[in-house]
Design a protein around this ligand. Structure first.
Ligand code: PLP
Length: 391
């Protein structure tokens, strides 16, 4: 019996467990102090009425023999895949139902997609970025190199002609920096991927936060992307599904490597290892795309974006460098010290929990992420506390 020793290469302390440990310690001695959580990117707004209604109706279907559903298609119900196809059409991207795969969230698919690739690829991962990309690649034993994001490239790194990567992760809007690639920039990435026969793994989990009509919300809006990109999306931040669990992955049929269709491989993989998302959840997800659903989720997204504005206004007053928060739910600020030190400083002096930039990669050192997913009252109170200790 031999273990997968790649696990020993994972960093001991996962970002959020380390934060939880520090917060527990703080609570032990300060149980009377109200902590404000602007750390973990979980949402606070409840599911919208259209989603609740659709899920309630779906529950009733399950209790009636004539409408009961057992196992569904591993790929997801057609009604949801059609709704997603139409959503992409509005964006100006044409994809077919059989290029869409419904899952229990983007995180699972982001990790599982590595089943399609050999272990000897060069994997390019942005730094800083959502930590799951790196950890899943370490577990899978891939060769990782980093794509450095910094103030100098506005946290939007571009390809280096001298580096030949096989698999490229892009996250736009980025977690944690909130940076969003333009169409021209994504076109350069698409051209690079096609030239190198690479595959882009594009994470658009925060696409619904993009208001600027000139910015792309999907890589599928870029010419040539269907030949080189897979897109992961999620209902978590778009519609408050963090606890419901639903996402989708777009694997274009045109995407072929070594004569193989990645769409076919993914279908085979999913039908072997996955049995689909519950009917009730998929009915709720379908309602997100209804006219009413879209209007209702937009109200929640606008609520979070108003929180982001409150955070940015406060940082402006304090003259602290920051980015993000405009087309994204995260504000990325320069803390001017070790990011874990700043975490301790905020926790101990203002009882605010944020996320140290170092937890998203080496390039995140010296920066800090504040999330706009809190409640309005907590966001305002947190910024008042920040002004008090930093002004
Ligand atoms: N991708 C990014 C960039 C994220 O920040 C997150 C969650 O925070 C996810 C994916 C995971 O999404 P899901 O809840 O659908 O698994």
């Amino acid at each position: 019996m031999k273990l997968n020793n790649q696990h020993q290469k994972l960093k001991e302390n996962y970002l959020f467990s380390n934060i939880a440990k520090k917060v527990n310690e703080f609570n032990k001695y300060n149980s009377h102090v109200k902590l404000i959580k602007l750390g973990i990117g979980d949402v606070t707004r409840p599911l919208v009425p259209s989603v609740i209604k659709a899920m309630q109706e779906a529950v009733l279907h399950m209790g009636d023999a004539s409408t009961f559903k057992g196992y569904g298609l591993e790929q997801g119900y057609l009604f949801l895949r059609e709704a997603i196809k139409n959503y992409y059409l509005i964006k100006g991207a044409k994809i077919c139902e059989d290029e869409i795969f419904i899952s229990d969230g983007a995180k699972s698919d982001i990790g599982n997609i590595l089943d399609l690739f050999d272990k000897n690829n060069i994997v390019l991962i942005p730094d800083p970025v959502y930590p799951a990309y790196l950890d899943t690649n370490i577990m899978a034993g891939q060769n990782v190199i980093f794509l450095k994001a910094a103030e100098s490239n506005e946290f939007l790194p571009m390809p280096d002609k001298n580096i030949k990567a096989d698999i490229i992760y892009l996250c736009s809007p980025n977690n944690p920096t909130g940076a969003v690639y333009t169409k021209d920039q994504l076109k350069i990435w698409v051209d690079y991927a096609i030239k190198n026969a690479a595959v882009i793994l594009f994470d658009s989990a925060y696409e619904a936060f993009i208001d600027d009509k000139n910015l792309p919300t999907s890589i599928m809006q870029i010419e040539g992307a269907k030949k080189c990109a897979i897109e992961f999306c999620s209902f978590s931040k778009t519609a408050g599904f963090t606890g419901v669990r639903c996402g989708y992955t777009v694997v274009p049929k045109e995407l072929k490597r070594e004569g193989q269709s990645l769409n076919k491989m993914w279908l085979r993989r999913q039908s072997t290892k996955f049995n689909g998302v519950s009917y009730i959840v998929q009915k709720g997800a379908e309602a997100v795309f209804s006219q009413k659903g879209q209007k209702q989720i937009k109200e929640n997204i606008d609520y979070y974006k108003q929180n982001a504005k409150i955070i940015c206004d406060c940082l402006n007053q304090l003259d602290i460098y920051h980015c993000g928060g405009i087309n994204a739910p995260y504000v990325w600020l320069k803390c001017g010290m070790d990011s874990w030190e700043f975490f301790d400083f905020l926790l101990n002096n203002a009882a605010i929990i944020g996320t140290p930039g170092a937890g998203f990669g080496e390039m995140g050192e010296g920066y800090f992420r504040l999330s706009a997913f809190s409640t309005r009252d907590s966001t305002i109170e947190a910024m008042n506390r920040l002004l008090k200790i930093l002004k």
